[in-house]
Design a binder for this molecule. Structure first.
Ligand code: BJW
Length: 232
C-alpha cells in the first residue's frame, strides 16, 4: 500500500469491521435494537428519561463481547500497525475490544468502550465487566446511581479529537473501513484528509456510502476479505 518511503497512515474503522465477528452494525438490516434506533438509546436525554432501558442495552452488548472473537480484518490491521514504515494511527468508532484482543496498540477509541464505565460524580473511569444499573454504587466514591457507560452519546464530544486533528494535518494515506459515514465528526475525516493533501484515500465497504465521493479508491466487499488483501 505504501509508495512514499515513510508515509503517514490513518485508518478509520466503524461497525462493519466487527460485523463478521457477529457484532451487529447500527444502520443495517439488523440495525434496530428491540425496535429502538440507536439515537433513542445512545443520548444523554435517553439516559435521563429511561436509564433502565439504556443500561440494559449496554449490559447486553457488554455481555455479548464474551461470545465474539476478532476476525481476519482485525488481525490484518494489527499486522499493518506492526509493519508500517511511517506514522500509523488507527481511530475506531467501535466500542468493542476486538482490536485490542487482536493485538492493536496504536488505537484510539473515539466513541468510548463498552468495558469501561465512568462516575459522573467523582469522574473516575473504571474497567467494568459486570452488569450496571441505577442502584450500582461507584467503587471509588461510593455514590449510588452516578455510574454510566463510558460511551460517547449523541451530542457529546468524542474522545481524542485533538490527536486525530493533528494526525490529519500530515496524513498521506487515509483508509476508511466499514462505516456508513453519517455520524460526525468521524464522517468528516475523509474530506479533511483530502483537503490536507492525502494522496490516497481508500474506502472498504459492502456498498457506496454518504462519503464515498471523497475517496480515490473503492474496495467493495467484506472487511474480512478486503482488509487482508489491502495489507498484503
Ligand atoms: C461492512 C460490513 C463488512 C457492514 N465489511 N463493511 C447534523 C449534521 C452534522 C452533525 C450533526 C447533525 N445533527 C447532529 C449532529 C452531530 C451528531 C451526528 O453526527 N449526528 C448524525 C446522526 C447526523 N454527532 C454527535 O453528536 C457526536 N458529537 C459531536 O458532534 O460533538 C460535537 C463536535 C463538534 C465538532 C468536533 C467534535 C465534536 C457524537 C457521536 C456519538 C456517536 N455514538 C454512537 C453510539 C455510541 C456507541 C455505542 O453505543 O456503540 O456511535 S452512534 C453509532 O454510530 C456508534 C457508531 O460508532 C457510529 C457510527 O456508526 P458506523 O460505525 O458507521 O456503523 P453503521 O451501522 O452506520 O455502518 C456500518 C457500515 O459498515 C455500513 O456502511 C455497512 O455497509 C458496512 N458494513 N458489514 C465491510 N462485513
Amino acid at each position: 500500500m505504501a509508495g512514499l518511503t515513510h508515509p503517514n497512515l490513518i485508518v478509520l474503522t466503524g461497525a462493519g469491521l466487527s460485523a463478521e465477528s457477529g457484532v451487529p452494525t447500527f444502520r443495517g438490516v439488523d440495525g434496530l435494537w428491540e425496535g429502538h434506533r440507536i439515537e433513542e438509546v445512545a443520548s444523554p436525554e435517553a439516559y435521563k428519561q429511561t436509564p433502565h432501558l439504556v443500561h440494559r442495552f449496554y449490559n447486553l452488548r457488554r455481555a455479548a463481547l464474551k461470545t465474539v472473537e476478532p476476525n481476519a480484518a482485525h488481525y490484518a490491521l494489527v499486522r499493518l500497525e506492526k509493519e508500517w514504515p511511517g506514522a500509523f494511527l488507527h481511530v475506531t468508532q467501535n466500542v468493542d475490544d476486538l482490536n485490542e484482543r487482536a493485538g492493536a496498540k496504536k488505537l484510539l477509541h473515539m466513541h468510548g468502550q463498552l468495558k469501561k464505565i465512568r462516575c459522573v460524580w467523582c469522574r473516575n473511569v473504571m474497567d467494568w465487566e459486570a452488569d450496571l444499573d441505577v442502584t450500582t454504587a461507584c467503587p471509588e466514591c461510593a455514590t449510588t446511581g452516578k455510574l454510566r457507560p463510558d460511551i460517547v452519546w449523541f451530542g457529546e464530544m468524542p474522545y481524542h479529537i485533538e490527536e486525530v486533528s493533528q494526525a490529519l494535518e500530515t496524513v498521506d494515506i487515509f483508509v476508511c473501513i466499514g462505516t456508513s459515514g453519517v455520524v460526525y465528526p468521524a464522517a468528516g475525516f475523509a474530506r479533511q484528509a483530502a483537503t490536507k493533501g492525502a494522496k490516497r484515500l481508500i474506502e472498504v465497504n459492502l456498498e457506496p456510502t454518504e462519503i464515498s465521493g471523497h475517496f480515490t479508491e473503492q474496495r467493495q466487499g467484506t472487511a474480512g476479505v478486503e482488509v487482508p488483501r489491502l495489507v498484503e
